[in-house]
Design a protein. Structure first.
Length: 211
């Protein structure tokens, strides 16, 4: 990869982080921050965090969004037992909760997304909230009629970050993934975020989860 071009892209992504700490589809601000987009950015930052030439800037950006979540006592603060909040993909004093979006309540995809973000750095990984969210996610993914690929994707990313899940549950997850795979080798569209990306995205996530 051309390092100069990559550095330019990296700086551009960092410049899109709002003062609040999150990202959006274009420029985030205090009124509209998209937590799903933020999680994808954090996935990239998490990879760059291991490389010395990008480590400091990636770490600072991850710290900023994690501090935002700690301040969010209604939804992802370390003192909260669940992720009850009126916001969906947003953060702010008056989150614009759009009808139909997933709320940050126990066992939802939004909680899984925040669980991943809070596991990106060791100092935020070890908290009461993370342990509670982990329990919520295990229960939700085990009892759901259809396996949510998008939700499981971020849960297992947090496992890769160092959040420990029971071996029996991981085996059950593997078996559920195999069961959900269709005869043509693809995976079904099991959650709204994947429906936007279509069958190709669902299949890519199914294979990533198996990996």
């Amino acid at each position: 990869i051309d390092k100069d071009a990559f550095q330019k892209l990296f700086q551009n992504i960092l410049s899109k982080q709002s003062e609040t700490g999150a990202w959006d589809y274009i420029d985030a601000n205090t009124e509209r921050n998209d937590m799903s987009i933020s999680a994808w950015v954090c996935l990239g930052l998490n990879l760059l965090y291991t490389q010395m030439e990008f480590k400091k800037e990636a770490q600072n950006a991850l710290i900023k969004i994690n501090k935002m979540l700690i301040r969010d006592k209604r939804g992802a603060g370390d003192n909260s037992v669940t992720t009850k909040a009126v916001g969906a993909y947003t953060y702010g004093e008056d989150p614009n909760a759009t009808l139909g979006k997933i709320l940050r309540s126990a066992g939802t995809t939004m909680q899984a997304i925040i669980l991943f973000i809070k596991s990106t750095l060791p100092e935020y990984r070890l908290s009461h909230w993370v342990e509670t969210a982990k329990t919520d996610q295990i229960k939700a993914l085990t009892s759901a009629p259809h396996f949510s690929l998008y939700q499981a994707f971020f849960v297992l990313l947090s496992q890769k970050n160092g959040v420990n899940f029971p071996a029996a549950w991981l085996l059950n997850t593997y078996q559920s993934l195999k069961k959900e795979q269709l005869d043509d080798g693809s995976w079904p569209l099991t959650s709204p975020p994947i429906q936007f990306g279509g069958k190709i995205m669902a299949t890519a996530m199914g294979l990533t989860l198996l990996q």
